[in-house]
Design a protein around this ligand. Structure first.
Ligand SMILES: Cc1cc2nc3c(=O)[nH]c(=O)nc-3n(C[C@H](O)[C@H](O)[C@H](O)COP(=O)(O)OP(=O)(O)OC[C@H]3O[C@@H](n4cnc5c(N)ncnc54)[C@H](O)[C@@H]3O)c2cc1C
Length: 470
């Protein structure tokens, strides 16, 4: 029996028959990326149901040199959870809320809890867990933390990293680190939790977290407004941010095609306007106070923006259903790009003051490479985070367009770099952006990252080939 075969046998013994999968077709969903962009392979999917089981499985993998790929909801967009060999460790059975403390404004949970379930649990005690993104019905909090997920409310509440007070992780050798402290002040040496957050499963397995809760909003105002230019979209954001301050929870930009595609392909999605406009913003203001002051603040800023010719059309949601309709346009953009043929997606961030310069320069550069390319530009513009997506020209050959991937993305990344931006705003590195990491991060940064990796995972069993090439 080979070393790895006996290791797999030992894992089966630890988990029992309901605790693993090692046959097709069940393996398939864990081996491949949901869009089919990455196809992988593994010997077994481990589904531990306790931290102790995770610890035993990792100790076996450490001893037998078996690669371990952690997986939450497998909704990641950079191939980080797709295995090349070894085992997938799925957190789907680690799905219990351990404690909710409405006085401390915290929720402690296992890392396999689905994001939407955590939001619901918080709501049940009149609190808000604000992390919110399109995949929230399937992604799991361990995956969110491992990718330092962003989403639509970062503007007000920060990224996933900002929402964590305590963490529990199992190290590659099987040791359990218990840092499940719900403290807002805790200066006791290096803050170890931040090593695991955003590490994409390359340093250990996150098994639990203490998360911050916030007051539940009582007032919510949502509107969609139209502009002649992206410059005006940013001008309104600046005014809103200055005048509504903390109440401004989301500010999402969408260009014309980003609205047209969901209206054309999304079931039941209606265009809120009678004619198309070059740019739109979907914004939301929230407040934990009762009253009508938000509506007044929104109308006041919008009224002035109309007078100043910054905004040229707009609709304020008059019901929860209308608010959901607006959000569905925004959420359906990625899905509705698919029927329009091949697409190349860029998830970049730029200082907000330079977003319009980025768009103008990137449009010009990309048009030169593929005349007729279609821009599906949208995103969390309030965070300077843009999903600069590109669809193939109408009637173009899919394969020929995709063959130009690097010809298209390289100049975009150069412009981002020149503007002091980041080539990966919220989705991470995974397999997709390893070369960009080497290209755009300094030797010192790469050395430090590799030192951390070597210290925590000396045998290199955790998610090999992710973030770094080896
Ligand atoms: C429709 C749609 C909309 C999206 N919108 C956004 C958005 O607005 N903002 C955003 O940031 N992302 C977004 N994403 C991307 C994705 O949902 C996030 O990256 C999410 O955080 C991944 O969670 P997951 O549970 O699916 O993780 P997975 O895809 O399973 O894993 C992601 C990475 O984390 C690692 N990992 C998973 N669990 C653990 C663990 N417990 N311990 C250690 N490592 C682990 C994996 O190995 C992998 O490297 C979107 C995706 C879709 C499909």
């Amino acid at each position: 029996m080979s070393n790895s075969t006996s290791g797999l046998e030992a894992i089966r013994d630890v988990l029992g028959t309901n605790g693993y999968i090692d046959t097709m077709p069940e393996l398939d969903a864990y081996q491949n990326e949901w869009r089919g962009l990455w196809k992988g392979q593994c010997d077994l999917v481990a589904k531990p149901n306790s931290v102790e089981q995770v610890s035993k499985v990792l100790a076996i993998c450490y001893e037998h040199g078996i690669p371990v790929v952690p997986q939450g909801g497998n909704t990641g967009l950079v191939g980080g959870g797709v295995p090349k060999s070894g085992i997938v460790l799925s957190t789907e059975r680690l799905n219990k809320v351990r404690e909710i403390d409405p006085v401390n404004f915290t929720i402690s949970c296992d890392s396999g809890c689905v994001l939407a379930d955590i939001q619901t649990q918080a709501e049940n005690v009149d609190r808000l867990f604000p992390l919110s993104l399109g995949a929230e019905g399937s992604c799991r909090i361990g995956g969110n933390l491992s990718t330092n997920a962003g989403g639509v409310q970062v503007l007000r509440y920060g990224n996933a990293r900002d929402l964590v007070l305590g963490l529990e992780a199992v190290l590659p050798d099987g040791r359990i680190w218990d840092g499940m402290r719900g403290l807002r002040k805790d200066n006791t040496g290096y803050d170890l939790k931040h090593l695991f957050i955003g590490a994409e499963g390359t340093l250990g397995i996150i098994t639990g977290a203490v998360l911050k809760l916030f007051p539940k909003p009582r007032q919510k105002e949502t509107c969609i407004v139209a502009f002649r230019s992206v410059e005006n979209c940013i001008a309104l954001f600046t005014r809103m941010n200055a005048q509504a301050g903390d109440a401004l929870t989301a500010y999402e930009a969408m260009n014309q095609l980003s609205v047209e595609m969901p209206v054309k392909h999304g079931q039941g999605i209606r265009d809120p306007f009678e004619k198309p406009y070059p740019w739109y913003a979907l914004m939301e203001l929230t407040s934990p106070r009762d009253g009508t002051d938000l509506r007044e603040a929104l109308e006041s800023v919008l009224g002035q923006a109309f007078e100043d010719d910054i905004v040229i059309d707009g609709v304020i949601a008059e019901s929860g259903a209308q608010r959901d309709d607006f959000w569905r346009i925004r959420e359906m953009i990625p899905e509705c790009q698919a029927p329009e043929g091949a697409s190349i997606k860029n998830d970049v961030s730029i200082p907000i003051s330079r977003v319009s310069e980025f768009i103008n320069r990137a449009h010009e550069a990309v048009e030169k490479v593929v005349p007729g390319i279609r821009f599906v530009s949208f995103g969390h513009i309030g965070d300077g985070n843009f999903h600069y997506n590109l669809s193939q020209p109408l009637g173009a050959d899919r394969a020929a367009f995709l063959a130009k991937w690097h010809d298209i993305t390289d100049p975009i990344n150069e412009i981002v770099h020149a503007l002091n931006g980041s080539f990966s705003a919220e989705h991470g590195i995974g397999q997709l952006k390893r070369n960009e990491l080497l290209r755009y991060r300094s030797g010192v940064e790469i050395d430090l990252m590799k030192s951390v990796k070597a210290a925590l995972d000396p045998n290199g069993i955790m998610n090999p080939g992710k973030i770094f090439n080896s």
